[in-house]
Design a protein around this ligand. Structure first.
Ligand code: DC
Length: 223
């Protein structure tokens, strides 16, 4: 990183274990966390709440430029309302990925994301952290896994929350979101040229965390 603030980026599609790895690294390093997906989800929530059409670029950009969202510990607060669980639905994710294709919306969110880089360091989780937002990051990780395996994990996770889910529907949602995130013109989902790519399809998340931790120690980002 050109500044002296260490940054570790974690990119990849949904349901690949980025969030779990990010939390693990936050605990091990004491660094700050940027969950950039939560910003896009908060924007999606705000757009639906304000009844903004998803193709009304001017209004979406205006909202993105002054998004009234705050991250307090692990909670997402929108205009004073705790929306942490409301933004976790597949529906909000779908709206987020739809408006995330708009270049001016992405540009409007850039400075806000960069501002998360503060000492002692940052763990940045998203789709374009290593390619666009923090191109000079010290460590860039890209996690991948097949859509089927990610759908199975999501269904299991929902079951533990007492929510029943249809695996075919979840697989279709994931594939539709991948399609949009991978094929958009601005900041598409892809590994940075200097990213370490980890296929988590046949690795449990603990193994992924340990592999990454050795990498972080090797780079002397922590003792
Ligand atoms: O990581 P997530 O599932 O919470 O992200 C929700 C959507 O937000 C994702 O499908 C695309 C968009 N997103 C993005 O375009 N760029 C990011 N850095 C993070 C999320």
């Amino acid at each position: 990183m050109s500044s002296s603030i260490p940054v570790i980026t974690i990119d990849g599609p949904s349901g690949v274990g980025k969030g779990t790895l990010a939390q693990f690294l936050v605990q091990k390093t004491g660094f700050h966390l940027l969950d950039s997906g939560a910003i896009y989800r908060a924007l999606a929530f705000g757009a639906v709440k304000a009844e903004i059409a998803l193709d009304d670029v001017a209004k979406l950009v205006a909202l993105a430029s002054a998004l009234p969202v705050k991250f307090v510990d692990t909670s997402i607060i929108y205009e004073g309302e705790d929306i942490t669980s409301q933004v976790r639905t597949e529906e909000v994710a779908g709206v987020a990925s739809t408006i995330a294709v708009i270049p001016d919306v992405r540009a409007a969110l850039l400075a806000r994301q960069k501002a998360f880089a503060m000492l002692p360091g940052l763990i940045a989780d998203g789709r374009d952290m290593g390619t666009v937002v923090f191109p000079n990051a010290d460590i860039k990780l890209y996690l991948t896994a097949s859509a089927e395996i990610r759908a199975e994990r999501r269904v299991k996770q929902l079951k533990t929350q007492g929510v029943s889910a249809n695996i075919d529907q979840i697989t279709r949602d994931i594939e539709a979101r991948d399609e949009r995130d991978l094929n958009r013109k601005t900041a598409p989902l892809r590994p940075a040229d200097d990213a370490t790519v980890i296929d988590t399809s046949h690795l449990d998340i603990d193994a992924v965390c340990q592999t990454v931790l050795s990498l972080v120690k090797k780079q002397a980002l922590i003792a």
